[in-house]
Design a protein around this ligand. Structure first.
Ligand SMILES: CC(=O)SCCNC(=O)CCNC(=O)[C@H](O)C(C)(C)COP(=O)(O)OP(=O)(O)OC[C@H]1O[C@@H](n2cnc3c(N)ncnc32)[C@H](O)[C@@H]1OP(=O)(O)O
Ligand SMILES: CC(=O)C(=O)O
Length: 528
């Protein structure tokens, strides 16, 4: 195996979730969202948080004003303002957007500059010399105002291919004017890892500290970032959960975890790295962008094991099927139960739920039951509560809080204030047999009301149970309305959430089974 490169003396993790991340389609951050995300990023221990472009829009200006007014107290990170080099033909000191950068009152400013000759001619509509003057003038003005200046050289990799001498000239102009770090940007995201080293090495000859900013258009943003690190950059830019323009940016958590756990570089402390999963989820919650379960290191499935052969080896040693310990990034190993399970999955899942399934015959019998039920359409992968009820049945450990004797539901086109459906449920609760009628909008709502009413005297806890999600899918396409359906129900009692599954050719029957299991599991585990 190749020796790991040595860590540079100084290394920057630079987060641009609040600027480039916010350039993602569908993502809109308020000032308050930005303040929350900045605090979360600071908890992760990144060195720099790029907060946005002051002067470009009222929200970003307000964000920097709020930060300057003391609403953002950062313990680790330095807040950075982003902006462009001055306008063509202007003086930096007179350019309102450059002035807005100074007014943002951050110690660090990151400027974007053109480095591709074609962009200078066609986008800026100016000369190559004027672009060099724009870079030098703006950097000098801002350093003269006492700021540390980083320069993002846009389209550097494509620019280097088209006109290497000019692309390097822009890096030199920034460095000579006082830029502390020049960040080579793969703005169009078209690079591949094998192409990175040569370009970074050419820029290294200039003698300024270099950084990298990669977009993910070839699916290689993280790999390209690491290739640039191998070639000597000491500053990496990225975003939480890989948000960003088009296909996004390098995922900064993946980059940082790779550098910390694979290279052993101290880019984050152990304590900070262990917050990675919660940081990723917190940003997902604030941005309202659902987390990607298959995200490296921090995704829900990143350490989830489904195949029987994997589980049987994991029983011996989890590291046999894991590239690292999930706890290091604040994640957990999860054992999935499905028709691909063997005894080991069932035993490990049993351990997780507090069952001793070490008896081989018992584990084998439960595995067979699971496989048959999965064949019938059940899916226990996410329905942990139904799986636990199955385990309790199979191990004679189920003392049901109630037993249903009969249920019935009618739906009509007559809608009253109570709804359009009426259900009757008859259950045995302790020694009593209780029959109740419930009304509701739709059959499941009516059944829920009837069951809740039948149970509430003996089990007042049911009052806290609330259905939070309901998913139904047809199991075999090609059938018409007689297809078998699977229903998954998520329930909460305000403290815990659990998922149950029901299957049938009748959607109401399948829904009832999932609802019944939800109440049974909720009451059983609350009593326990
Ligand atoms: C690669 C990146 O992702 S960099 C970050 C990009 N982010 C953003 O663009 C989001 C924020 N941007 C904005 O709010 C607006 O584009 C603003 C406020 C910056 C400018 O808005 P406007 O003045 O209306 O100009 P508009 O957006 O149409 O065009 C950009 C102008 O900046 C010029 N420009 C582009 N890059 C640079 C640069 N590096 N240095 C100086 N000027 C530049 C363009 O040539 C164009 O000039 P023109 O007005 O003379 O044609
Ligand atoms: C600066 C930047 O966001 C880019 O070049 O992609």
């Amino acid at each position: 195996m190749t020796a790991q490169p040595a860590a540079p003396d100084v290394f920057h993790l630079y987060d641009t979730t609040l600027r480039d991340g916010a350039q993602q389609e569908g993502l809109r951050l308020t000032v308050s969202d930005k303040l929350k995300i900045a605090r979360v990023l600071d908890d992760l221990g990144v060195g720099f948080i790029e907060g946005g472009w002051p002067g470009a829009n009222p929200s970003d200006t307000a964000f920097f004003a709020a930060a300057a007014a003391g609403e953002l107290e950062l313990r680790h990170a330095k807040l950075t303002a982003f902006g462009a080099t001055r306008r063509v033909g202007a003086r930096a000191a007179d350019d309102p957007l450059t002035r807005a950068l100074v007014d943002a009152q951050t110690e660090v400013i990151c400027l974007v500059a053109k480095s591709h000759d074609e962009h200078v001619f066609r986008a800026l509509k100016t000369t190559l010399d004027e672009n060099l003057a724009m870079v030098a003038d703006t950097v000098r003005f801002l350093t003269g105002e006492g700021r540390r200046v980083f320069v993002d050289v846009e389209h550097f990799f494509d620019g280097y291919r088209a006109n290497p001498a000019y692309a390097l000239e822009v890096v030199r102009a920034a460095a000579e004017a006082g830029a502390e770090v020049v960040v080579l940007c793969d703005t169009n995201g078209g690079m591949l890892p094998a192409w990175m080293g040569e370009v970074v090495s050419a820029a290294s000859d200039i003698g300024v500290d270099l950084g990298v900013h990669c977009h993910n258009d070839t699916g290689c943003a993280v790999a390209n970032t690491l290739a640039a690190v191998d070639a000597g950059v000491m500053h990496v830019q990225g975003t939480i959960n890989g948000h960003g323009e088009r296909t996004g940016n390098a995922d900064l958590i993946t980059v940082a975890a790779n550098l910390r756990l694979k290279y052993g570089w101290p880019v984050l402390s152990d304590e900070h790295l262990a917050r990675a999963t919660s940081v990723s989820h917190a940003v997902a919650a604030i941005t309202h962008v659902a987390p990607n379960a298959r995200q490296p290191y921090v995704g829900q499935s990143a350490f989830a094991h489904k195949a029987g052969l994997h589980a049987s080896a994991i029983k011996v040693d989890a590291n046999l099927y894991q590239h690292t310990d999930p706890r290091l990034v604040g994640n957990d190993m999860r054992m999935l139960v499905s028709d691909m399970a063997g005894r080991a999955n069932i035993q490990l899942k049993g351990d997780e739920l507090g069952f001793d399934l070490s008896d081989r015959d018992l584990a084998a019998r439960i595995t067979d039951v699971v496989k048959q039920r999965e064949m019938d359409g059940y899916s226990y992968e996410s329905a942990d509560a139904s799986f636990e009820l199955l385990l309790r049945e199979q191990t004679d450990a189920l003392d049901p809080a109630f037993e249903v004797q009969r249920w019935r539901v009618l739906t009509s086109d007559e809608v009253s204030e109570e709804g359009d459906s009426e259900a009757t449920v008859k259950v045995r609760v302790g020694d009593a047999v209780v029959s109740r009628v419930g009304e509701g909008f739709g059959p499941l709502n009516a059944l829920d009301h009837a069951l809740r009413s039948a149970l509430e005297t003996e089990h007042p806890d049911v009052e806290t149970f609330e259905l939070t999600d309901y998913r139904v899918r047809i199991l075999e396409t090609g059938h018409g309305t007689d297809a078998i359906v699977r229903v998954l129900i998520d329930t909460t009692d305000g403290e815990r959430s659990w998922t149950t599954v029901g299957v049938g050719t009748n959607v109401v029957e399948a829904s009832w089974e999932a609802l019944h299991d939800a109440y049974l599991w909720g009451l059983h585990t609350r009593a326990a």
